[in-house]
Design a protein around this ligand. Structure first.
Ligand code: GLU
Length: 534
């Protein structure tokens, strides 16, 4: 039987047995067991990535374990393809879990839907201890109670209608086919204080807490029960998660108490914000990991960016290796206000990583990026219309395959111009036959309004060598032509630039011509000449 086989849990008959089956881990002191616990109810986003990076770094730093748990108990909201997208995103990001549904591990299974018997045992043990109770209230009754409470200006909460049911009564109703949920019995008048590793002590009164459902009628646990049972039996030492979960933590602390377990440390990270300082959300646009991949960021650059907005390098560096982050960061240095996902900073950092690639790596990386764009995905990303259509992308890919040496020469030219792979379309595309768009005659004539004169200049250029290896000779030859035709050198250079690139803004023209070579340059100049009105 494999270690992640769901059947592995079936024989467990008590929580004591589970304690023996999932013993304290044999790790050096100070080693952190941390986890990310995404729900496949949506596609992985930058928040998931941030949690993964912090957790993985904590585990690596302390010689501990980083695990992935899939919290798939909300069956109605499962999104097809979301779990696979989570695995893919982590692989891409280079923060691969030590344990999880993929690699397995001795504390699995790591999908909550495969651990149902354990949650049922846990919930029943609380009922047996009178720390939880069965509730048969139908949805209509709960809705009516809720409405009444809201009308009376009270906090909506369960009114404990079923709290007093005797065990015999519960059994009889079950026998009669009635279904129940199990609710936590929140202790009255309890003061819950827990320490957040970044924020310090946080206190809640139990009066603010509802008797939450722990086990649903379909046998699936709710988040609160499952998270506590799993963090306990997976022997998690620090729960690192987003601050939106702070209000759930007192419930969890009470559940740990009810089970008689020691709770892990808690650390709630701040919420990311967009450039308008709003909570980063779907409407901000850039949230999904797929969005970032579709723009062509490198995983190393993206990971560096995530750590950079969370933490300040002691040497004030923006660009550093992940291993440096692991070595130098401490959780106490994590911010208390939400960092801004500043795409200009991401571009800057990613550009540094891109410019470190050799031309051959750049070519391969760009081809891999084109492949990624082609892969079918369940997740649809809006705002990608700036990308060339698939056919044009394929044609460019073909050009890069056909002449690798030429492509590498192109990528060797001003590599720092590209901040992400999608920049290649605009910055380098014109070099390649498939992506070159000749300048419109009007653009050419804007710089030399007299069509006859423009034609004459282009003819003269065709008569000589358009490119010469020495920049001085080349410059002098062109200036001579400008002088002969009585135009400013600037106009002539612009005419030539437009003719060979189709663009007004490019890297230095001489460098471009060196890559294009005389033959291709002549072809393009001849094309421009033919496009001008007679
Ligand atoms: N399943 C929760 C989520 O989707 C995890 C919360 C936690 O880490 O405890 O974010």
């Amino acid at each position: 039987m494999s270690i992640t086989d769901p059947a592995r849990l079936t024989p467990i008959s008590s929580l004591d047995e589970a304690e023996r089956l999932f013993p304290e881990r044999d790790l050096p002191s100070g080693a952190e067991v941390v986890r990310i616990a995404p729900s496949p109810t949506g596609f992985p986003h930058i928040g998931t990535a941030m949690q993964a990076v912090i957790n993985a770094a904590l585990a690596r730093k302390s010689g501990g374990v980083f695990l992935l748990r899939i919290e798939d108990t909300d069956r109605a909201r499962l999104v097809p393809g979301a779990e696979e997208a989570i695995h893919q995103a982590l692989r891409w990001l280079g923060v691969v879990p030590d344990e999880g549904p993929g690699p397995g591990g001795a504390y699995g299974p790591y999908r909550q839907s495969e651990r149902l018997s354990l949650y049922a045992l846990a919930a029943r043990s609380l009922v047996a201890g009178n720390l939880a109770y069965h509730c048969f209230c139908p949805a209509e009754r709960l809705a009516a109670v809720r409405e009444g409470q809201i009308r009376a200006g009270e906090n909506p909460r369960y009114d404990r209608f079923c709290l007093g049911l005797k065990p015999e009564e519960v059994e009889a109703r079950h026998r009669a086919g009635e279904k129940s949920v199990i609710r936590f019995r929140v202790p009255e008048g309890a003061e819950i204080v827990f320490r957040d590793e970044v924020r310090g002590d946080i206190s809640f009164s139990s009066e603010a807490l509802d008797d939450s459902i722990l086990l649903k009628a379909d046998g699936f646990p709710t988040y609160h029960l499952a998270v506590v049972v799993d963090d306990h039996f997976m022997r998690v030492t620090t729960v690192v998660r987003g601050e939106e979960w702070i209000s759930s933590t007192p419930k969890h602390v009470l559940l740990y108490r009810a089970f008689g377990w020691k709770h892990p440390r808690f650390l709630h990270t701040v919420i990311l914000r967009d450039e308008q300082r709003r909570k980063l959300s779907k409407r901000s646009g850039h949230i999904s990991i797929r969005w970032f991949r579709s723009r062509g960021y490198l995983p190393e650059g993206f990971r560096n960016f995530l750590t950079r907005i969370l933490w300040a390098h002691p040497g004030e560096k923006d660009v550093y290796d992940f291993s440096e982050f692991i070595e130098l960061f401490s959780v106490q240095a994590l911010p208390r206000t939400g960092p801004i996902v500043d795409l200009r900073l991401l571009d800057f950092i990613n550009g540094k990583y891109l410019s470190r690639l050799s031309p051959a790596e750049m070519r391969r990386g760009f081809l891999a990026y084109l492949d990624f764009l082609d892969q079918p995905a369940e997740e649809q990303i809006a705002g990608l219309d700036f990308l060339p259509p698939p056919q044009a992308r394929h044609a460019l890919g073909q050009d890069l395959e056909n002449d690798a040496a030429f492509a590498e020469q192109v990528f060797a030219l001003e590599p720092e111009r590209n901040r992400k792979f999608s920049d290649v379309f605009g910055n380098n595309g014109f070099f390649f036959p498939s992506a070159f768009t000749p300048a419109a005659p009007e653009s050419l004539l804007r710089h030399c309004p007299d069509a006859g004169l423009a034609r004459g200049i282009l003819c003269a250029l065709l008569e000589g060598e358009i490119c010469r290896p020495s920049p001085e000779d080349w410059d002098a030859a062109l200036r001579k032509v400008a002088e002969e035709f009585g135009v400013k050198p600037k106009a002539l250079f612009m005419l030539l630039r437009l003719a060979v690139t189709g663009l007004e803004k490019t890297p230095p023209l001489h460098n471009i011509l060196l890559v294009l070579g005389n033959e291709l340059a002549r072809k393009r100049v001849a094309g421009a000449l033919a496009s001008l009105p007679a």
